[in-house]
Design a protein around this ligand. Sequence first.
Ligand code: CA
Length: 221
Amino acid sequence: MRVLLVEDDPSLAAGIASALEEAGFLVEWVGDGESAWFKGGTETYSAVILDLGLPGLDGLTVLRRWRQEGRAFPVLILTARGDWSERVEGIDAGADDYLPKPFRMEELIARLRAILRRAIGQTNPLITLGSMTLDTRRMSVALDGNPIHLTPQEYRLVSYLAQHAGRVVSQLELTEQLYAQDFERDSNAVEVLIGRARKKLGNRMIETRRGFGYIIERTEP
Ligand code: CA
C-alpha cells in the first residue's frame, strides 16, 4: 500500500514515515501544497495523509482541487487540536477522517487502516481467501492456520492482491504500489516477487492472467 504523506514539519514527517514503514506501508513524503497537488494528481496512491497547515497552497485547497479533478483516494487530514471549524471544512472538502495533533502513531495507523478498508469495502481486518488468512493489523499471513514467513515486500504484494481479491491487478499497478521511485521500477521485479510469494503460498493462490496481470480469486472460506 503506497501512501502519500503531506507534512511540512520535517521531524514530525520523519516520525510518521518511519511508523508507517514499520506498519508495512510504502511512504512518499512531500512538505508543501504545490508538490502534494502535483503528486496526488499524477501518481497512484492507496491513501493520503494530509496536514492542513502547509506553506504555499494550504491543505484544504489541495484536497478540494483533488476532489474536483476526480481523485478518489481516501484522505486522512491532520488538524490543529481544538480547531473544529477546520475539521468540518476538511470533511466537507472530501476528507475521509481526521486526526487532531498531537496524536499517537498507533492511532494514526489504526485510522489509516480503517479508511483503506472502507475504501475497498472491506470492514474486517482479517481477510480469509480459501486456505489463506491475512491479518492486516499484525501484517501476518497463515495457510491452514500455519504462519507463513513473508518478507515485508512479499507481504505488501500478497496483501495488496488479497485486499483487491476478485480483481485482476496489472503489473504496472503493482509496480506503483510496491516501489516508491521510478528508478526502482524494473518490470521484472514484480515477476520475481510473485515467484517468491508462490514458493511460500503454493502456486495456485496467485493466478496469472497473461497480458492483464495477477489475481487472487475471492473464495468462500
Ligand atoms: Ca503544518
